[in-house]
Design a protein around this ligand. Structure first.
Ligand SMILES: [Fe+2]
Length: 195
């Protein structure tokens, strides 16, 4: 057995901080290109560079069959009409699936099949889980007023691939309309057709 493997991990469900694990923070400036309204993004950056989300990953398990997991905290907010979101990624090992478990807050997951571009939007809520199949880009969006806290469990060998998303972004986006989350096609939003 791996002597570094810890079977037990304690985490704070309010902050997402995992004992003994340094978290990484993604600030607004790290999310260039992710938000659709570029003017709103630049204006928000001039006002400050807040932490949009943190991820603390537990990666003690190694080798074939091992699992890793991470605890994410995505803060509430909007850029223009678009809710705060994660960069989103594919797995380097495309076949690798993932399970997300909601702990706190109110979120959505954007799932996009890499081959077909087909989109599915799923609730990410406390006491619920989301299965992300392989070959599927995934992004988390906070559509509530409080931090969205969740766990993602994935094969240790999955790896994270951000470049494809950075190039073309997701086809769907979540915007706030009259205080409520609405899913729109990015293409339509850019044409100004649905707002
Ligand atoms: Fe993932």
């Amino acid at each position: 057995m791996n002597p570094l493997l810890s079977h037990f991990t304690r985490f704070d469900p309010e902050t997402g901080i995992v004992e003994g694990v340094p978290g990484i923070s993604r600030r607004l400036a790290d999310l260039r290109g992710a938000f659709t309204d570029e003017d709103a993004y630049e204006a928000a950056l001039r006002r400050g560079n807040p932490v949009v989300y943190t991820v603390s990953s537990v990666s003690a398990g190694t080798g074939e069959g091992a699992l890793h997991y991470g605890i994410g905290v995505l803060y509430p907010g909007t850029i223009g009409q678009e809710y705060f979101l994660t960069k989103g990624h594919l797995h380097s090992w495309r076949a690798a699936a993932e399970v997300y478990v909601g702990l706190k807050g109110e979120g959505k997951m954007l799932l996009e099949d890499e081959a077909t571009g087909g989109s599915t939007i799923v609730d990410l809520l406390p006491n619920s889980a989301v299965y992300v199949p392989g070959h599927t880009a995934h992004r988390t969006v906070n559509v509530g007023a409080t931090p969205l806290v969740y766990i993602g469990v994935y094969p240790a060998e999955a790896g994270h691939e951000y470049r494809e998303i950075a190039k073309k972004n997701f086809r769907m986006m979540m915007i706030e309309v009259d205080g409520k989350p609405v899913a729109v096609k990015r293409e339509e939003y850019l044409k100004g057709g649905l707002v």
